[in-house]
Design a protein around this ligand. Structure first.
Ligand code: C5P
Length: 217
């Protein structure tokens, strides 16, 4: 039994990777499976929240109780889906592994190997930062971000907390969390740090939702 700690609250969440096209058949992405974000969406729905899930390309079913799912490919599409919904939300959880950069130009036709040995190179441009943009809105929801780092997790998480002006940054502990069903989390906020020890992603998601509900009070 899950108490309805988020009854009457609207929670907006991004999950999964983004896919940034290079040409009609190729693109850049990352190894995010979307499992953590989908688990949080499920836990929030269990807690009574009205959940809107904005998902990058993933192979996951919509969790039970999630009110609305919007599927997107690119960071820009994710940004465009999130921004109009953010001011009416009580909580925004940015779990998505958004590509920081995208190819500046998308080829209309497939880039061909022409036999000359010429190797293409791509100019990149920066994607909008969805979390930082939402956290800067005058009528912003409670903003929760994620950090996946290969080193110095606490330090990087704290830097992100300040740079993006989020209320909470959740660090993925452990190097190989992508695609797995388990994880451990480090919660970093203005007051300090707290660890949610190793567990399956749904149990961690429920603990995180409990933490978020307390912050809304
Ligand atoms: O800057 P970095 O990608 O390390 O930050 C990770 C956090 O910021 C995650 O919560 C991610 O969902 C969010 N983010 C975003 N838009 C971006 C890049 C990251 O919302 N363009």
């Amino acid at each position: 039994f899950q108490p309805k700690r988020l009854a009457g609250k609207k929670l907006l969440i991004t999950a999964g990777p983004t896919f940034e096209p290079i040409d009609p058949v190729r693109g850049l992405s990352n190894r995010s499976s979307g499992k953590m974000g989908f688990a949080i969406a499920r836990a929030a729905a269990e807690a009574g929240a009205e959940v809107t899930l904005v998902a990058g390309p993933v192979h996951l079913d919509t969790p039970r109780g999630v009110r609305r799912r919007i599927d997107v490919q690119t960071a820009q599409q994710m940004f465009d889906a999130v921004l109009p919904l953010a001011p009416q939300s009580d909580v925004f959880v940015a779990t998505a592994a958004v590509a920081d950069w995208r190819p500046a130009k998308v080829g209309e036709q497939k880039i061909k190997k022409d036999g000359s040995g010429r190797i293409p190179s791509f100019e990149m441009t920066e994607n909008p930062d969805i979390l930082a943009t939402v956290a800067a809105l005058p009528d912003r929801p409670l903003c929760v971000g994620f950090a996946a780092e290969s080193e110095k997790l606490a330090e990087h998480a704290r830097a992100k907390l300040e740079r993006k002006k989020a209320a909470l940054i959740v660090g993925n502990i452990g190097p190989a969390t992508f695609g797995r069903d388990d994880n451990a989390l480090l919660l970093v906020d203005a007051n300090g740090e707290r660890e949610l020890p190793h567990n399956d992603k749904l149990s961690l998601a429920r603990e995180l939702i409990r933490d978020i509900a307390t912050r809304l009070q």
